[in-house]
Design a protein around this ligand. Sequence first.
Ligand code: FE
Ligand code: FE
Ligand code: ZN
Length: 292
Amino acid sequence: MIKLGSHVSFAAPGYYAGSIQEALSYKANALMLYTGPPQNNKRVPMEKCKVEEGLNLLKENHIHEEDVIIHAPYLINLANTLKEDVFTFSKELLKSELLRSEILKAKYMVLHPGSHLKEGVEKGIASVISGLNEVLKEDPTDVTICLETMAGKGSELGVSFEELREMIFGCAYPERLAVCFDTCHTNDAGYDLQDFDKVLEEFDKVIGLDRLKVVHLNDSKNPVGAHKDRHANLGYGTIGFETLCSIAYHPALQEVCKILETPYVNAHAPYGLEIESIRRKEFNSQLMELGK
Ligand code: FE
Ligand code: FE
Ligand code: ZN
């Protein structure tokens, strides 16, 4: 059975136990969460986050701890060379998120490489590398940071496999780094997923397939190369259901978790229906009726 799940919430009162319960309600066997609001650094201490209860739920329901993916907060920007305090804040927040991930026994944390803010790709990448080096030098966990492929909106880094390679192998701790492949973002970055084998081949040549540890399975509202980053529900975008389904079942990605980050439909989470649809390998043409 492929590992398939979605983004879930990690909020009061259920916290970690609530995240697992939400995933179970979608019949997921993988999940992704932020350990607090992604747009700020206020964090509830882990002792209050129902961790034991969550870990027990995982065990009872045969979900592996390593199939719980953590997403680092958006406001981390290791590529910010304009404001020293943002760079410092980003490092500190990343350090504490790694520790929180370890308490949840998670193995992979997804991180946006950052935005260079018009200071140039090379300067941005150098800053990301120095930030990662400083964080990982002191980090006692063995959580793997998965740099996400980005759409190339604004001055985002990580828009090509080559940029990700530079960051991974430029870092002093490449064994701690991997990649999260977001299908919407790679589409928007200019990779045509209709020939997914060719894209994977290129990924393998540039980075190495063994580094691909998480897939974000999203359709895209925009054509190849649009640099937009607007997610669509599976089969309701330009990538299409068949292609996304074949990515989900790709033999080279058997062990990799596929995580949905598709938009809510009529204020309802679509994940239960989308997961069912991938499991059945059948497009759900009624999805937009959800909640009506
Ligand atoms: Fe992301
Ligand atoms: Fe993503
Ligand atoms: Zn996105």
